[in-house]
Structures are given as C-alpha cells and as structure tokens.
Design a protein around this ligand. Structure first.
Ligand code: PCA
Length: 212
C-alpha cells in the first residue's frame, strides 16, 4: 500500500523529456509504497491534478519533483512563495505575471521535509545535492506552494519539493553546455530522500545557509 505520493512533471520548454517524471516513475515501479503521478506543466491543471492524487492515495508523505535546467545538483527546496511570474508560457500557452498562487494566502510556506537530514544522507550516498532557498516563480513553485497550502489543513501529512538538473541525454540533444545528472542517479537520490524523510521527524541542526 502506497503511503508516499511522488509527482514529476511533463516535459516543457521545448524539451522532449522531463527527468523529474522519469526518475519518479522509476521509483514508482521500484517500490510498493510509492505512488507516482505525472503533473501537467500547466498553471490551470497542475494543482487540481495534485489535489486529486492526494485525495486518491491518502499519503503520509508527498514529494513533488521538477526539473531545474542549469542547476548543478539535486536541490530539496526550503520555501514556496505566493507568487507566479512566468518567464515562458506553460504547456497550455498561459503566461501569468505577478499573480498569487492563492489569493490572500500567506506570503510563503516552508517545507515540512527534513531537508538538511535529506541532503546529508544523499551526499553520503554520493550524489551531488544542496538545499535551495528558491523554487522560482513558475509552475514548480506554484505546485510547491499549493501543496503546502493543502497540507496546512492535513497536519498528519508532510511534504515538500525537490528540483533536479537536466539529464545527460537532454544536454546532448540540445548541444548546449549545461550541468547534468543521470536519471538513475536522480532516482537514487530521491529514494534516499524518501527513506530519510520517513524516518526523520526532527531536522538536523546544521547550517545549510547561503549568502545569496
Ligand atoms: N520545472 C518547471 C516546471 C515544470 C518543471 O519540471 C519549474 O521549475 O517551474
């Protein structure tokens, strides 16, 4: 019985694949306790799809994952902001600018994942990883904020968001120089994150801060 819900995104921005969904679907196939759901990269449809998945699977842990092309490493996100400012249109052609995710919602929510313990465990497993303090202002931040808004009404359910780099196949196909991480390594990191979150209630009291 799945008690972990994981989501990844459909390809967007002209990419043929999205390693977030590739890695999440690998984990869904690998583990009985993980339900894997693909979210559309569309402002209107992403959160309704997530809410339906939470209602269907009734998880105790929700980990949403998205691609952050150009990032060097796997990045568990710490904070979601109540702001959408789309740099490019979504897959339905919508490009909202300077609108809230939830009108009259709080400015931000923090993750309820133990991100520092997760980073330490993923690092020990040999995958490059660091805490991130911004999930951007596009569909991923919208989903992260919407998830935490929903979980604020479900006190027994913890959750958060993880961004992942391009895969080597994406970088090769584009011909651009960019950092990448194989989908199998991304899946390994996400599996360590899930196991760490399931057994860790109190996050580590170590610094993961950044000057910028
Ligand atoms: N990354 C985008 C949206 C979908 C995805 O995988 C983002 O970071 O907002």
């Amino acid at each position: 019985m799945a008690n972990v819900l994981m989501t990844g995104f459909a390809p967007f921005g002209g990419e043929a694949v999205n390693p977030s969904w590739q890695a999440v679907s690998l984990l869904g196939a690998r583990r009985d306790d993980v339900a894997a759901v693909e979210l559309p990269c569309e402002f209107d449809a992403s959160l309704p799809t997530l809410r339906r998945a939470v209602a269907e699977h009734r998880p105790s842990l929700v980990v949403c994952v998205g691609q952050a092309g150009g990032r060097l490493d796997v990045t568990p996100e710490r904070v979601a902001v109540n702001l959408i400012d789309a740099r490019i249109p979504d897959n339905a052609g919508a490009q909202p600018v300077d609108v809230p995710v939830v009108p009259d919602g709080p400015a931000a929510y923090f993750t309820t994942l133990p991100v520092k313990a997760c980073v330490a465990a993923i690092r020990a497993a040999g995958v490059p990883v660091s805490v991130s303090h911004t999930a951007g202002t596009y569909v991923c931040n919208q989903v992260f904020y919407g998830l935490m808004h929903l979980l604020s009404t479900l006190p027994d359910v913890r959750g958060g968001f993880v961004h992942v780099p391009f895969s080597p196949e994406q970088v090769a196909a584009s011909g651009k120089a960019a950092p990448s991480l194989g989908v199998d390594r991304i899946a390994d990191a996400l599996e360590v994150l899930v196991d760490t979150a399931l057994r860790t209630r109190e996050d580590l009291a170590v610094s993961a801060g950044a000057e910028h």
